[in-house]
Design a binder for this molecule. Structure first.
Ligand code: C5P
Length: 232
């Protein structure tokens, strides 16, 4: 079910034509596309279907975070999309009951991922928002991954530096879908916990989520090709 090509390109744009064009030109070089809030809030179901029609599987990255009933109802609506998203997600910090309600609503129609700790947050940020003060981010991620396993999730979204620990905890049971990927020559931007595509794959990541290093390159197809080549 997971494509052999581990690159998932994040089409973070509110421009439907641009998203569709990128999906078309990147199709030979990536395994999947990711549509997030920026795109879905602008174009909804029709925009999703237009991009999906280009033929790549879609990771619908809406990072739901609300009470169990609301998250379950939202996912039930999303599961009416055609084609179904290959993967979708909720925040693990919504808690175990919310994650179980999400799992029941998705009911195997998509792979369900739990977002652990955003790759844009540092240890200091984690403490400043009051999550487990005193616990380092790595431990926090591990606790959230354990909750995801308990809730019967298919995988987690985690940073490159968390992949090894999660794989040793869960092995093949839990997919690791990993943003914060930066080829050495590209700046980190707002991402704080980053690594290269090669190191992240070697650590055991299943899917590499890559946005700006591809979409903002002068030649996105060439940028994706070079990353894919570096992985082989
Ligand atoms: O442009 P860049 O490669 O930083 O894009 C990363 C993508 O991964 C963005 O679409 C962002 O929303 C998403 N993401 C993330 N960190 C997470 C979960 C998702 O950066 N923890």
């Amino acid at each position: 079910m997971i494509p052999a090509n581990p690159i998932c390109v994040a089409l973070d744009t509110p421009d439907l034509d641009r998203a569709r064009d990128l999906a078309r030109i990147l199709k030979p070089h990536v395994g999947m596309v990711k549509l997030g809030m920026e795109f879905f809030y602008a174009h909804g179901r029709q925009g999703y279907e237009a991009v999906a029609a280009e033929g790549l599987p879609v990771f619908l990255d809406l990072k739901l975070h609300d009470i169990p009933n609301t998250v379950a109802s939202a996912l039930a609506s999303l599961m009416k999309l055609e084609p179904k998203p290959l993967m979708t997600n909720v925040h693990a910090t919504g808690g175990l009951d919310m994650m179980k309600a999400a799992r029941d609503a998705v009911d195997g129609k998509s792979l369900l991922l739990a977002v652990t700790v955003l790759t844009s947050l540092s240890d200091d940020d984690i403490v400043s928002i009051g999550f487990n003060p005193g616990k380092v981010t790595r431990d926090h991620v591990r606790s959230l991954a354990e909750l995801a396993i308990e809730a019967g999730f298919d995988g987690v979204v985690c940073s490159p530096e968390d992949v090894r620990a999660i794989k040793s905890l869960a092995g093949r049971k839990l997919l690791t879908v990993v943003p914060g990927i930066r080829p050495v020559q590209v700046s980190a931007g707002d991402q704080k916990r980053v690594s290269t595509p090669e190191k992240t794959l070697a650590a055991g990541a299943d899917i590499l989520v890559i946005g700006r290093p591809i979409t903002r390159a002068a030649d996105p197809a060439l940028a994706a090709r070079m990353i894919l080549d570096s992985l082989q």
